[in-house]
Design a protein around this ligand. Structure first.
Ligand SMILES: Nc1ncnc2c1ncn2[C@@H]1O[C@H](COP(=O)(O)OP(=O)(O)O)[C@@H](O)[C@H]1O
Ligand SMILES: [Mg+2]
Length: 342
């Protein structure tokens, strides 16, 4: 993977003035345009390489869908980004602050909803938020205003006096997001915020997250692929600790839309089938599907079904099945994680 973070640097000339001088001239400063930069980060747990040399960067306002199967390294990466765990190698910058040189300063820019939110089950919602505001050093004069704002934003005003342990999972998750927002962070890191919720709660939390993006930069891990298309502006898929796909949602949907692949099953099976199909003038790609059928990608806007049928007939391969398959995010995901990081 290219160290794409390098693109995030720009050099700006800054005119410096001090009270003692009229101006001491132009100085070149290395200004980093990215909000979050993950640079060649690896994490080893003993022998296990949980995160393997990953790099990516996010600009202000980006909403990243961070995808990958269980055990891919998502939670580990998120803990490193939020400064809760040091990497074995590499660095993370949040708005130019090195997370490991100055974790306190970095944390003041970050709101984090861990996989298991640190909720004190026997505390009352409002008291808990007050407590978190103190821990996160929200100034006293701003505290009530902030608590009110996050309760309103997360739709928990009506449960402010309830004991956290008595709330439904959906409401607990809202409290978890509220605590992440209490210090008005520019960066929000949410580790599977909709996992374990029922379909109605999922929609509510998703709407909440949508409403929180905008000015903020958000990293969101999830297993629900349609969620990514609804909320995110960018997708990173990791598998076995490595990034296997990094793409803006716009480019991804452009790739996905408008191309209808053809699934083909034949009785006869041989190498030359693939060779002959890829030689057809309107075929742009061919690969094996999940159960060894052929998935054939036509050139954009071309219907290749007749050509394919003719080819199968001429060669006597025995047509068993031919149908269009929608090239969706799920397929992109499965394809990305089946290529072992290539
Ligand atoms: N504290 C830990 N000690 C040892 N191994 C760990 C620890 N945390 C996670 N792992 C292992 O690291 C890999 C990545 O885990 P994790 O980051 O939790 O993945 P994900 O969130 O994508 O499911 C897994 O193989 C997991 O078992
Ligand atoms: Mg996880």
């Amino acid at each position: 993977m290219n160290p794409s973070w390098q693109k995030g640097y720009s050099t700006k000339s800054v005119y410096l003035q001090t009270p003692f001088h009229q101006g001491i001239g132009y100085v070149n400063l290395r200004i980093n345009a990215a909000m979050i930069q993950v640079q060649n980060v690896s994490k080893h747990y003993g022998e296990l390489v949980a995160v393997d040399n990953i790099s990516f960067q996010l600009e202000k306002g980006d909403v990243l869908g961070f995808l990958g199967p269980n055990g891919a390294g998502k939670t580990t990466t998120m803990r490193i980004i939020t400064g809760y765990m040091p990497p074995t190698k590499g660095s993370v910058y949040i708005s130019d602050i090195d997370v490991f040189e100055d974790p306190q300063a970095a944390k003041s820019h970050i709101g984090y909803l861990p996989e298991n939110p640190p909720l004190y089950e026997d505390m009352v919602v409002r008291e808990y938020l007050d407590f978190v505001a103190d821990i996160k050093q929200v100034p006293n004069r701003e505290k009530n205003g902030r608590i009110h704002y996050v309760m309103e934003k997360c739709g928990i005003v009506n449960v402010g006096k309830r004991i956290i342990g008595h709330l439904s999972k959906g409401y607990k998750q809202r409290v978890g997001i509220a605590q992440a927002l209490i210090n008005d962070p520019e960066v929000l890191v949410l580790d599977e915020p909709t996992s374990g919720l029922d379909p109605m709660q999922i929609i509510e939390i998703r709407e909440l997250i949508k409403g929180l993006s905008g000015e903020r930069t958000v990293i969101l891990s999830t297993h629900i692929l349609p969620e990514v298309t609804m909320i995110c502006s960018k997708v990173v898929i990791i598998n076995k600790g490595k990034i296997v796909l990094e793409e803006s949602l716009e480019r991804l949907t452009n790739k996905i839309d408008g191309i209808e692949n053809i699934l083909l099953k034949t009785r006869y099976w041989g190498e030359e089938i693939q060779e002959k199909i890829i030689s057809l003038p309107n075929v742009s790609d061919i690969r094996l599907g999940l159960s060894n059928e052929l998935i054939i990608e036509p050139k954009k806007g071309v219907d290749i079904r007749e050509d394919l049928t003719d080819l199968v007939m001429q060669n006597g391969w025995g047509l068993l099945e031919m149908r269009p398959v929608v090239h969706n995010l799920e397929e992109v995901f499965l394809r990305a994680i089946s290529t072992e990081g290539n």
